[in-house]
Design a protein around this ligand. Structure first.
Ligand code: HEC
Ligand code: HEC
Ligand code: HEC
Length: 436
């Protein structure tokens, strides 16, 4: 944190402030898009606004669980401290009741509040800046019709220097460029609609990307997977097929997963379950289909996260950082391949599959048995008392050495289990020794 502050000061000294000044200036003055005429049919406009507000999941952040809709007060934990979302109901004193549609547009598109405060990007305006003026207009029209709730905004609880709003001028100069979504004419309308929803309104990159030390990612297309550190979740990469690239599914399966949070083989949990519950479930089939069309069309990136770990995995005494990464990757692999039988907490499902939690076989210094079962499958003998045992399919053919090493390290160190981490070389050794 101190380093970040020092860098901020250095930026000031090295003249980035001058750049910031001009960018800030430009951001202020670029009001060309500010006023456009209102469509005439207001009922339709409001309905459309309600739909778009759902697609942007404004509800999710601006509503306390069980509390009045859009009245704010939800705590959003981050590594910089806690943000508290403001009241965006039409209450004139505590909400945005006296905002004009230009004020509202300025917030979404430029990340500035009515009183000129620069807004923290915890409000995902780096994505929302892509929203069209017409869509912003519709959302504003809808938000004016919801019940006005009088609820005072709370201050964020941020650590120094993040509590210095004025420093946002640097952040914006470096990482924020206001721009409405630009259609790619070489692509289909469906692809473009999907891109608009994913990059802008749906703000998928807000969670599905890694952030640098300034809390910035590589932009709205950065879906390479990222940690949500304060809440201990990992939003998997949507670019890698070994994580959550939608090419892992047929169009139909992908659409079912996005709209219902479950499909034949996968289930969305934690923050993603909330995204589905508060937002994606309300989308039309056409929009869901546009999102999956767009995400499926993303070229597959080679699994560099795994291969970067390969090197580190050659030593069993890996660094804490590597171990942390392995645990994150392991959680993803476990959810994909093992959870259905062995349970979300390794507790076993329907007591027909062995529990992995508190399983002594997993915490021995020898990894031979579990490793062999994972590679070659596990088939209990069929006996009189147990004539049709459940068996475990072999994963050797579908998982790489590093993936198996990561998985085994993960199950050896989850749910209270504790044991040494496993290396890819060790896995490879067992692959090459004969089974019996
Ligand atoms: C990821 C959480 C999150 C989402 C999603 C989100 N917001 Fe916010 N919003 C915030 C936070 C946090 C702030 C406060 C930012 C600050 O104080 O700088 C904020 C601020 C605002 C403000 C400024 C209010 C004021 O009093 O200054 C408006 C307007 C707003 N959001 C509207 C929206 C709309 C409309 C949507 C949906 C399109 C939305 N927000 C979605 C978290 C979110
Ligand atoms: C609030 C943070 C957040 C946002 C916003 C978010 N995600 Fe996620 N997403 C997650 C997390 C965390 C997971 C991992 C948990 C899981 O797999 O259920 C996840 C998982 C996923 C998965 C894999 C699910 C599986 O079971 O295979 C897909 C696909 C996905 N997200 C798509 C999206 C899309 C598309 C958007 C934008 C419309 C989006 N996410 C927005 C946090 C988020
Ligand atoms: C289709 C259900 C199923 C899936 C999927 C599955 N397992 Fe299993 N697993 C089993 C069964 C059944 C056994 C018991 C096998 C036996 O009796 O030899 C087992 C046994 C094990 C054992 C040995 C436990 C012990 O106490 O001996 C380990 C370790 C294990 N599984 C890990 C995994 C991992 C890691 C994955 C994901 C890559 C996975 N399993 C996926 C059903 C499954």
């Amino acid at each position: 944190m101190f380093i970040r502050f020092v860098v901020a000061v250095l930026m000031l000294l090295t003249g980035i402030s001058v750049y910031a000044y001009f960018v800030g200036y430009r951001v202020d003055e670029d009001v060309s898009l500010l006023s456009v005429g209102m469509p005439t049919d207001t009922t339709l406009l409001i309905r459309r606004g309600e739909y778009l507000t759902r697609a942007g999941n404004c509800f999710g952040c601006h509503t306390v669980k069980g509390g009045p809709a859009y009245a704010g007060g939800r705590i959003l934990r981050s590594e910089y401290g806690n943000f508290v979302s403001p009241n965006i109901t039409p209450d004139r004193v505590t909400g945005i009741g006296n905002w004009t549609s230009d004020d509202f547009w300025r917030a979404l598109h430029f990340g500035k509040a009515k009183d000129g405060r620069l807004l923290y990007p915890a409000f995902p305006y780096p994505n929302y800046t892509q929203i069209s003026r017409a869509d912003a207009e519709a959302m504003f029209a809808f938000l004016k019709t919801i019940p006005a709730i009088s609820q005072k905004n709370q201050d964020h609880e941020l650590r120094f220097p993040y509590n210095q709003r004025s420093l946002l001028v640097f952040w914006r100069a470096m990482y924020f460029k206001p721009a409405v979504f630009a259609e790619d004419k070489t692509k289909s309308p469906e692809w473009n609609r999907g891109a608009y929803l994913v990059q802008g309104l749906g703000h998928c990159s807000a969670c599905h990307s890694q952030r640098n030390i300034f809390g910035a990612n590589e932009g709205v297309n950065d879906l390479s997977g990222g940690e949500l550190p304060q809440i201990q979740w990992y939003a998997p990469s949507l670019l890698h097929t070994n994580e959550a690239h939608l090419l892992n599914w047929t169009q139909n399966e992908a659409a079912t997963l996005l709209k219902t949070g479950v499909n034949r083989k996968s289930v969305m949990s934690g923050p993603m379950a909330e995204v589905v519950f508060d937002s994606l479930q309300y989308l039309t089939d056409a929009d869901i289909s546009a999102i999956s069309t767009y995400l499926q069309a993303i070229p597959v990136t080679k699994a560099d996260t795994i291969s970067a770990l390969d090197q580190a995995l050659t030593v069993s005494d890996s660094s804490e950082q590597t171990k942390k990464q392995m645990m994150q990757q392991g959680a993803v692999l476990y959810r994909t391949h093992c959870m259905d039988c062995h349970g979300t907490e390794g507790e076993s499902v329907a007591s027909v599959y062995p529990a992995l939690k508190a399983n002594p076989g997993l915490q021995m210094s020898s990894i031979a048995t579990p490793l062999r079962i994972i590679l070659a499958g596990g088939f209990a003998p069929a006996t009189q008392l147990n004539p049709r045992p459940y068996s475990m399919p072999p994963f050797g053919p579908i998982l790489s050495d590093s993936e198996v090493a990561i998985l085994l390290s993960y199950i050896r160190n989850s749910w209270g289990n504790k044991a040494a981490f496993v290396t890819a070389a060790e896995v490879n050794h067992y692959r090459t020794v004969p089974m019996d």
